[in-house]
Design a protein around this ligand. Sequence first.
Ligand SMILES: CC(C)(COP(=O)(O)OP(=O)(O)OC[C@H]1O[C@@H](n2cnc3c(N)ncnc32)[C@H](O)[C@@H]1OP(=O)(O)O)[C@@H](O)C(=O)NCCC(=O)NCCS
Length: 145
Amino acid sequence: MSYRFRTFAEDDTAAVVALWEACGLLRPWNDPYRDIARKTAEQPELFLVAESSDAAAPTLVGAGMAGYDGHRGWVNYLAVDPDQQGTGLGRAFMAEFERLLLARGCPKVNVQVRAGNERVLGFYASLGYAEDHAVSLGKRLIADD
Ligand SMILES: CC(C)(COP(=O)(O)OP(=O)(O)OC[C@H]1O[C@@H](n2cnc3c(N)ncnc32)[C@H](O)[C@@H]1OP(=O)(O)O)[C@@H](O)C(=O)NCCC(=O)NCCS
């Protein structure tokens, strides 16, 4: 498959939400539309989609959000079209995010993976991501549901 990365555009919204849904990333407590609106207001240049140019019309085959908070880089909502998984696109996404984060001086990238999700843990391990001996804590400030 040939594809190109570009930054998210508002017209991609429906396709991105459908992709996240197909990849099992939607959670009742996260409104993807509000998450997209928040991301387009903060470092929108780190919200990427991958567009396949194989079909007559370009098709969205991947999406992901990165961010740099001045200390750590983060990647969230990374999703590759289930039909294209295992072909190297996820690896290419992470390489592109790492390149963009490094260009900002980001010294370390963190990702959060649900405990027990061995498939995704295997993916990140193959890219050199190691488990940090830390417990991830969170506090909701805005309820989406
Ligand atoms: C996780 C995801 C983004 C990976 O994308 P992908 O395109 O399927 O992954 P790639 O084909 O680029 O794989 C990259 C490497 O990971 C390896 N890998 C993938 N799954 C693996 C596993 N379970 N165990 C070991 N290695 C694994 C691949 O073998 C490949 O290594 P190689 O390039 O040396 O062969 C994709 O599977 C996905 O969208 N999953 C559903 C959504 C999700 O869970 N996202 C993560 C949120 S934290």
